[in-house]
Design a binder for this molecule. Structure first.
Ligand code: 13P
Length: 259
């Protein structure tokens, strides 16, 4: 896991269950044909596992782009049909892995305990875990946002050493904002990011730690700049709007900073 800080903003594309190998190659060719964003920070693309190698190979001309897996199982190998392990993801070119994405939690029933095991497997394999946390609409309306995300955070990081926590990334993705067109306001994002940042500081014994916290949920080229400008938002984790090369390039451009 990189021990150096991630250049900000960290722009991450989660393709979810979209874009097979040929489409991944087409996407990368179209994206790379556009002028690179200046000072664009870090970029991570999370293709479906079957497209990891194709996407990575197609981006060989832009070595700064990192690739990640959308999920792993915590065992390294064996009779676990349908799963991929951290070493397999690494062998396919992943440097990072999403853990505890809301669709894993809410569609596939992944538990807090499982996210902890997955972060542990990622870290011991040298993959950077990108731990995702977020509350449902009901939890938000019940005033439970902070309780829920901090519980998810502590459980996800519970099996990591301090050094491994310091090398991880976090993503705050309110469930009610994912794929709904309803985005958290920059102020909503800042409030929750601040609570997460303090909690990580307590775990690390260092309030000035550099663990990046990304926001995700209905990010698009029209709202990316305002979200990136919100205090405490170190980057974005983008679903639907990352599937189109022009839209992804526009989001990357919103991470540009003046010279
Ligand atoms: P959308 O950007 O499609 O709302 O998805 C967000 C997300 O889940 C990224 O991981």
């Amino acid at each position: 896991m990189p021990s150096t800080p991630w250049p900000r903003p960290v722009l991450a594309a989660n393709w979810k269950m979209n874009l097979g190998p040929a489409e991944a190659r087409q996407f990368m060719a179209a994206y790379l044909a556009q002028p690179p964003a200046r000072h664009a920070g870090s970029m991570i693309i999370f293709p479906p596992a079957v497209s990891l190698v194709a996407a990575r190979d197609a981006a060989a001309a832009r070595p700064g782009i990192q690739f990640g897996a959308q999920n792993i199982y915590w065992e390294d190998k064996g009779a676990f049909t349908g799963e991929i392990s951290a070493p397999l993801a690494r062998a396919a070119g992943a440097t990072c892995v999403l853990v505890g994405h809301s669709e894993r939690r809410h569609v596939f029933g992944e538990t807090d305990e499982e996210t902890g095991r997955k972060c542990e497997a990622a870290a011991r394999t040298g993959l950077t875990p990108v731990l995702c946390v977020g509350e449902t609409l009901g939890q938000r309306e019940a005033g439970e946002t902070e309780t829920v995300v901090l519980r998810q955070l502590r459980a996800g990081l519970a099996r990591l050493t301090r050094e491994q926590v310091a090398g991880a990334l976090l993503a705050y993705e309110p469930v009610w904002a994912i794929g709904t067109g309803r985005t958290a306001t920059p102020a909503d994002a800042s409030t929750t990011h601040a609570a997460l940042r303090v909690a990580v500081g307590v775990i690390l014994g260092d309030p000035h730690h550099g663990v990046p916290i990304l926001y995700g949920g209905s990010v698009n080229p029209g709202n990316a700049a305002a979200l990136l400008a919100a205090p405490g938002v170190d980057g974005l984790l983008v679903g639907g709007a990352s599937l189109d090369p022009a839209s992804w390039a526009a989001i990357a451009a919103s991470g540009e900073r003046p010279d």
